[in-house]
Design a protein around this ligand. Structure first.
Ligand code: F6R
Length: 369
């Protein structure tokens, strides 16, 4: 049932191109317009939304962080993302014009269920992004956009994460389409780019052997840091979460610009720092900034493993190791940048002789608050 792979996680990582393409299937018309059949919220309701709040836990929360960048950029609706376990205990401002997006692979995560119930009590509309048909979260929501990752068996989420991000893009682009905005032309171009992402996710699987080699070299490191900016920040957090879960190692993700405000004190000779480099195209400011962040960590003796686009030569002088990912628009980059980090975490666990599919202390679905 592992289809020739050693672990379910390896199989599920390899299934990501298909998971992404299945999640796009039937949702983009030949005219490039989006159709979300299970959306159920009317155009009038979507036009009234004045705030979006994304609630989720763990890996799904990281997809929600990506969603915030996409929704604010394409729709101009102020968007917050919050851990479901924190949301209802802090008297959040939600009302009938708030769209709450609850993201969950299992659809049974109690923290997320309780948060969505609270949101509905306040009169908010809840849209679920979920991988499990008929589970509690979509059943209790006003609308649903299913992800089509297929069953995810490994405890650590991989393909569900990529499809959650895809669903978030679809929702953001759909809302932008309904409301119309100044980014109209950009949206058509992004939709075309999105359709090309399964191919790029497939290409990035070629980094697998390289990531395993890097993991073998780093398996005794006391800790690994991950840094990124913009959507590379949630990717860094996700890379660190995977490593904690699977290899039981100290790992932390940071917004690269935040390092100098404290965490840089952690750096000493040889500490591995994995850097998610934003696309150089069109957003050169962000790219320049990360280069200075890489210089900062290198000057403190860090060993830099740089995840950068094909053709990005500017990073070469600052990288001890470069891992190449296919070029794509910055907002879409998490779909390719996350994959080597998933492979890395699994390879670290394997190198340490740990159970990749069933890490200690974790359950696939967390049904208690
Ligand atoms: C991480 C992981 C967990 C889940 C979290 C939410 O690899 O699997 O962090 O992402 O427990 O679960 P769902 O998405 O089922 O609500």
């Amino acid at each position: 049932e592992k289809g020739g792979y050693d672990t379910f996680m390896a199989k599920e990582i390899a299934e990501q191109p298909k998971a992404v393409s299945d999640t796009l299937l039937g949702r983009i018309g030949t005219d490039g317009r989006l159709k979300l059949d299970e959306m159920r919220l009317t155009d009038a309701e979507l036009r009234e939304v004045d705030k979006v709040v994304v609630i989720a836990c763990g890996t799904a929360y990281h997809s929600g962080m990506v969603a915030k960048y996409a929704i604010e950029h394409w729709t101009r609706i102020p968007t917050e993302v919050e851990l479901a376990s924190e949301f209802r205990y802090r008297d959040p401002v939600v009302g009938p014009r708030t769209l709450v997006i609850a993201i969950s692979q299992s659809g049974e995560t109690m923290d997320t269920i309780m948060a969505l119930r609270f949101a509905r009590e306040q009169g908010a509309k809840v849209l679920a992004i979920c991988n499990t048909q008929g589970s509690t979260i979509p059943r209790e929501s006003d609308a649903v956009v299913y992800t089509y990752a297929g069953p995810e068996v490994a405890v650590a989420s991989t393909k569900a994460f990529l499809t959650q991000i895809v669903a978030c893009y679809l929702v953001a682009l759909y809302v932008a389409q309904v409301r119309g905005n100044k980014y109209g032309d950009e949206i058509a171009a992004v939709v075309r780019e999105l359709q090309d992402m399964p191919r790029k996710v497939d290409l990035v699987l070629d980094t697998t052997e390289e990531m395993k080699r890097i993991a073998d070299e780093l398996k005794d490191a006391p800790s690994v840091l991950f840094i990124g900016r913009h959507v590379g920040f949630p990717v860094a957090l996700e890379g660190a979460l995977k490593l904690k879960e699977l290899a039981y190692m100290h790992a932390e993700g940071f917004a690269a610009g935040e390092l100098k405000h404290g965490p840089i004190a952690l750096l000493e000779d040889g500490v591995p720092v994995i850097v998610v480099v934003p696309s150089p195209a069109g957003r050169s400011v962000l790219h320049e900034k990360i280069i200075s962040n890489i210089q900062e960590v290198r000057a403190r003796g860090a060993r830099t493993i740089v995840i950068a686009e094909e053709g990005d030569e500017a990073v070469v002088p600052y990288a001890d190791t470069i891992v190449r990912i296919p070029a794509c628009p910055t907002l879409l980059q998490p779909l390719v940048a996350t994959v080597p980090l998933q492979v890395f975490a699994a390879a670290m666990a394997t190198a340490k002789g740990l159970d990749v599919d069933q890490p200690r202390n974790l359950a696939k679905s967390v049904t208690v608050e």
